[in-house]
Design a protein around this ligand. Sequence first.
Ligand SMILES: NC(=O)c1ccc[n+]([C@@H]2O[C@H](COP(=O)([O-])OP(=O)(O)OC[C@H]3O[C@@H](n4cnc5c(N)ncnc54)[C@H](OP(=O)(O)O)[C@@H]3O)[C@@H](O)[C@H]2O)c1
Length: 230
Amino acid sequence: MPTLLLTGANRGIGLGFARSYAAEGWRVIATCRDPAAARELSDLAAASAGRVAVHALDVTDGAAVTALARQFKGEAIDVLLNNAGVGESGYAFGKTDYTAWAHTLDANAMGPQRMAEAFADAVARSTKRTIVGITSLMGSMADNGSGGYVAYRSSKAALNMVIVTLAVDLAPRGITAIAIHPGWVKTDMGGPGAKLPVAQSVANMRKVIDRAALAESGKFFNHSGEELPW
Ligand SMILES: NC(=O)c1ccc[n+]([C@@H]2O[C@H](COP(=O)([O-])OP(=O)(O)OC[C@H]3O[C@@H](n4cnc5c(N)ncnc54)[C@H](OP(=O)(O)O)[C@@H]3O)[C@@H](O)[C@H]2O)c1
């Protein structure tokens, strides 16, 4: 039974990933900040015959990440899926909230690096050996024609660089690292006007993740599978 380690599993795209992998019989280590409040995830775990386990994890908390890795020491993790992320309501130029920006960078870019450093041994021990960063087209330099959202954009651009760097650093251990844009998805972050239902985005991204191999490591994919410009 392959194993998924997932961040931000309690709602939105993360909950969609947890449901998708659980339905296919994977073991899912589903992490979220507040398991006691994660009712839908708890229901999924309760109905999973032990395959889905919920663990508390804030990806900005280095000690918590290390403690979780200690719990799974010696085990194999096929896919480390860095989904957790914070958005931005948008600041006008001149009104930048630098405290919030620092937190956004911590959660969206440093969080995935922390997870990769803590769990690289477990991923290297697995069959699929894949690390995924759920990024955003808003992190693309080439795509930025509309400006604004500097905190979110820069955090996802930094995440993209984290993924490319992981691809280089972890290639000797046979680990593939890819970045995927989920599309504009109907979640709390994407809002009700978004185009894609969670299940569709997740189904599309599953195809990209399932086919990931070393030859594709360090690439930036749309949910639908084509490569995106940095
Ligand atoms: N929806 C879109 O259109 C869209 C587009 C492009 C990229 N994305 C990316 O897709 C990913 C999932 O987004 P979503 O749309 O599902 O957003 P969402 O509904 O707002 O969910 C965000 C998830 O991330 C978790 N999270 C936030 N900060 C965290 C932290 N420090 N530690 C652990 N978990 C944390 C949240 O947990 P809490 O419940 O505890 O807050 C929640 O589970 C994000 O990385 C986002 O940037 C989304």
